[in-house]
Design a protein around this ligand. Structure first.
Ligand SMILES: [Zn+2]
Length: 425
C-alpha cells in the first residue's frame, strides 16, 4: 500500500499525549509530529479529527477457533469443563471449522482494536491462512497433548508449521511450539518437544500453573511446582511464553525472572473458571514481562482486550502498598508493548517512529470522552472497544470507518454458525 497520512489525531502513547500528524510508510511509522511531513504528497489521507490513536492491542493467549464453542458450556470449573464438554466437542473439529472459527475471532479482534494475537490450537496451517488473508499479526502454536495415540504426529505437525510459516506473511506470522500443559504432557514427551524445538530455534507457548489443583498434582507426582519442573528439564532455556501463572510461589517467580519467562495474564478467564488471581504486581516487580490475554472464547466469552486491561488495572488495586498497584497507563502498556515483547515482536506495540504501523483509531464522539483530564485514564476506564473505527496493521488498513476491508463479514458469520452448531450436536 502507498503511504498513509493521519492528520490532526490525538495520540495515546508512552511519550505523547497530544495532537499530531502521523506518517506511515513501508509498514512503519515514519513521522509523528506537528508538521506536514515531506514525501507524503501522494499519501492516502485520513482525517484524524474526533479520533484518538492507540497502539493496536496484543492478545497474548487465545484459542481463536474456540469462538465456535462460545456459550456452549459455561459456569463450570476447568477440569470438569475440559473433560466433559470442551474436549469431546473438539474431537469433531475439522480444518474448515478452525478456518471459519478463526476468521470469526479475527473479525471480533479487529473490531475491538486488537492487531496481534498468540494462538494455540489445532489445524494451525488453516489459522495461518486466515492470518495471512486478513492481514492481522500472530504468533501460532500447534497445541500438543502427550496422552493420546497421535501424540508424535502433533510434534511432526509443529515442525511442519514452523518450517512452513515462521516469518511468513511479511514477517507478520511467528511460530512457537505449544505443549498444552504439565498435566497433559508427560516429562518424556516434553523432553522430545524441547529437543525438536531446540533444533529449530523455536520458542515455547504453554499453559503453566493455571489452577491450585494443577500445582498440587504436579508437586505430588514430581515433588516440584510446574515452574520448577519445567526449569529442571530445560524448557525455559528455549524462551517461553507461559499462560496464566496464577498459582506461582516466590521461588517460582525467581526462576521465571532469571530465565526470562514471559507471562500471558488472562484475568477474565481465570475469574470465570474460578482459577484465582495471578500475582501480577509481584511478577512485574521481579522484572518479568507480562502481557494480557483473553484465553479462548469458550472460557471468557469475548476477545475484548480493553476489558482485560481495565480488569488488570482494577484487580490489583486492593493492596494499597504502592509498588503493587497497576495504574491505567501501565495496564495499557501491558496490553500493547509488553504483550508484543511477550510474543517476541520487538518492533510492535508503540506509536513511535521506526515501529511497525499497528494502530487503532477510536471514535471519541461519545459522552465518556469528556472532559479530557487524562486521555489514557479515559481510554482504560471509560471507553468502549466497539468505538474502534479504523484499524491499521503493518501499514495496511484492515478496517476503515467500521468497514472490514479484507474479510467478507456476512460469509464468515454464516459459515461459523454452521460449523459451531454441527460440532456440538
Ligand atoms: Zn488457554
Amino acid at each position: 500500500m502507498s503511504a498513509i497520512l493521519i492528520k490532526n489525531v490525538e495520540v495515546i502513547s508512552e511519550e505523547n499525549n497530544e495532537i499530531f500528524n502521523i506518517g506511515i510508510k513501508n509498514q512503519v511509522f515514519s513521522y509523528i509530529g506537528k508538521e506536514t511531513p515531506t514525501g507524503f504528497d501522494n499519501a492516502y489521507v485520513i482525517d484524524g479529527k474526533n479520533f484518538i490513536a492507540v497502539p493496536g492491542m496484543v492478545n497474548t493467549h487465545t484459542h481463536a477457533a474456540m469462538t465456535l464453542l462460545r456459550s456452549y458450556a459455561d459456569d463450570m470449573i476447568l477440569m470438569d469443563w475440559l473433560q466433559n464438554k470442551i474436549w469431546p466437542a473438539e474431537a469433531n473439529l475439522t480444518g474448515d471449522d478452525v478456518y471459519w472459527g478463526t476468521k470469526l475471532a479475527i473479525i471480533e479482534m479487529i473490531k475491538s482494536g486488537t492487531t496481534t494475537f498468540a494462538d494455540m490450537y489445532f489445524f494451525m496451517d488453516r489459522v495461518a491462512e486466515a492470518v495471512q488473508e486478513t492481514g492481522i499479526r500472530a504468533s501460532l502454536s500447534r497445541g500438543m497433548i502427550g496422552l493420546v495415540p497421535d501424540a508424535n504426529e502433533k510434534i511432526t505437525e509443529s515442525i511442519e508449521l514452523y518450517n512452513n510459516w515462521h516469518g511468513q506473511a511479511d514477517g507478520r506470522i511467528k511460530v512457537m511450539f505449544g505443549p498444552h500443559a504439565p498435566y497433559t504432557c508427560p516429562v518424556n514427551y516434553l523432553k522430545r518437544i524441547i529437543d525438536e524445538a531446540g533444533k529449530l530455534g523455536s520458542e515455547i507457548h504453554m499453559h503453566l500453573s493455571e489452577t491450585a489443583y494443577e500445582v498440587s498434582e504436579c508437586e505430588r507426582e514430581h515433588g516440584m511446582t510446574p515452574i520448577a519442573l519445567m526449569n529442571s528439564i530445560g524448557l525455559f532455556d528455549l524462551g517461553t511464553l507461559a499462560a496464566h501463572c496464577v498459582h506461582v510461589t516466590p521461588a517460582d517467580i525467581e526462576i521465571m525472572s532469571s530465565k526470562n519467562v514471559r507471562v500471558a495474564h488472562n484475568p477474565q478467564s481465570n475469574l470465570k473458571l474460578a482459577s484465582g488471581i495471578a500475582p501480577v504486581p509481584e511478577m512485574l516487580a521481579a522484572g518479568i514481562i507480562v502481557g494480557l490475554g483473553t484465553d479462548g472464547t469458550s472460557s471468557n466469552n469475548n476477545l475484548d482486550m480493553l476489558e482485560e486491561a481495565r480488569l488488570t488495572a482494577m484487580l490489583h488495586k486492593n493492596n494499597k502498598s504502592d509498588p503493587l498497584v497497576i495504574p491505567a497507563k501501565q495496564a495499557l502498556n501491558l496490553a500493547t508493548k509488553q504483550g508484543a515483547l511477550a510474543l517476541g515482536f520487538s518492533d510492535v506495540g508503540e506509536i513511535k517512529v521506526g515501529q511497525k504501523a499497528d494502530l487503532v483509531l477510536y471514535d471519541t464522539r461519545k459522552p465518556y470522552w469528556y472532559p479530557r483530564h487524562d486521555r489514557t485514564s479515559l481510554f482504560v476506564y471509560a471507553a468502549n472497544s466497539s468505538d474502534a473505527d479504523t484499524v491499521i496493521v503493518d501499514g495496511k488498513i484492515l478496517m476503515e470507518n467500521g468497514n472490514l476491508l479484507t474479510i467478507d463479514e456476512e460469509k464468515v458469520y454464516a459459515e461459523a454458525n454452521k460449523c459451531g452448531l454441527r460440532l456440538t450436536k
